[in-house]
Ligand binder design. Structure first.
Ligand SMILES: [Zn+2]
Ligand SMILES: [Zn+2]
Ligand SMILES: [Zn+2]
Length: 324
């Protein structure tokens, strides 16, 4: 019982971490949608995120859909291997009567020039692939002009049956399993639209969590600015209030919400504006957002980077330096 609880707790933690990685990937690349071909294509970044956190791709997608982060819509129908789920096959054709693979196609044609009717596959051809009429020995030049196709049928060389369509036999390239139309898996493939608002909200949470963890590691007590009531002088647009030995610092986590860089830039200017009264120290953290201005106020410092990871690392470096 104990170990089972621990295991499920661990898997919940993995799911939460994978979701955070996915959100980071979606927001930092400003993606509108993702295509996920289940169990196929190891270069798929979403699959790589699931694998990195030790959970199944389906679980990560289900969780993302449940939270409204991803919205599925069908784009295609594809055949999948019933054994391993791959969708890459070698196709063979078999006789619908006896199952033999020894089947041939017979294309009936007519040589308009001389009136001959026969099987195209049996007509003589030379080393260059040119085909000749068995009756008048002239080359068949242009389909639809000097010769025409009349129809196609198939014949089994083993049992002699003639039929209109052979049956498919699929051999999975990945695992070698064989499947036919009765056993193959045929199903919808979805693309997933990213809900950018939800993605940005989740990203903001991760941003705060990561920054809060780093600050806490350096002795700061961190409170979300939204939870602070009755402390005057806290600007509305601050994200976190960090306190250490009576020192107060307002932290602004800024990134392009829903891909809007202009708006992020405006948030930086607002933060700088809020810093002007000089009551607190201010720290502006910008992911994919320029934070520097020509004349930085003395009570403001800023860190910027292309990814949250980069900003977190720079923040850690800065705090380490200040310690010494
Ligand atoms: Zn397979
Ligand atoms: Zn047959
Ligand atoms: Zn002819």
């Amino acid at each position: 019982m104990q170990s089972r609880d621990t295991a499920s707790l661990e898997s919940l933690r993995n799911i939460a971490q994978a979701l955070r990685s996915l959100v980071t990937y979606l927001v930092e690349n400003n993606l509108d949608e993702v295509e996920i071909n289940p169990k196929n294509g190891s270069q798929n970044p979403v699959r790589a995120i699931a694998e990195k956190h030790g959970i199944a791709l389906d679980v990560l997608i289900d969780e993302s859909v449940k939270r409204g982060l991803l919205k599925p819509y069908p784009v295609d129908m594809l055949v999948f291997c019933p054994k391993c789920g791959s969708s890459t096959f070698r196709l063979r054709l078999k006789c619908p009567n006896c199952g033999s693979l020894n089947v041939t196609r017979n294309t009936l044609f007519s040589h308009v020039t001389c009136g001959y009717i026969g099987v195209l596959e049996e007509a003589p051809r030379d080393s260059k692939g040119r085909i000749f009429c068995p009756k008048c020995k002239q080359e068949l030049l242009k389909e639809g002009q000097d010769w025409v196709k009349i129809g196609v049928n198939w014949r089994c060389r083993d049992c002699g049956t003639t039929f209109a369509y052979p049956k498919p036999l699929l051999e999975c390239v990945a695992c070698g399993a064989k499947a036919d139309e009765n056993t193959l898996v045929y199903r919808q493939v979805y693309r997933y639209k990213v809900d950018k608002k939800i993605a940005s909200d989740l990203y903001a949470q991760t941003f705060s969590k990561r920054v809060g963890e780093v600050l806490a590691a350096y002795g700061w007590t961190v409170t979300p600015a939204s939870e602070i009531k009755g402390v005057s002088g806290i600007p509305k647009n601050a994200t976190l209030l960090a306190e250490r030995k009576g020192e107060k610092m307002l932290v602004y986590n800024i990134f392009p919400r829903e891909g809007n860089v202009e708006e992020a830039r405006r948030e930086v200017l607002n933060a700088l504006g809020a810093a002007l009264d000089g009551a607190f120290n201010h720290l502006i953290l910008g992911v994919k957002t320029p934070t520097q201005v020509a004349k930085m106020p003395e009570n403001v410092s800023s860190i910027e980077g292309g990814t949250l990871e980069e900003v977190i690392n720079k923040l850690r470096d800065k705090l380490t330096k200040e310690k010494h």
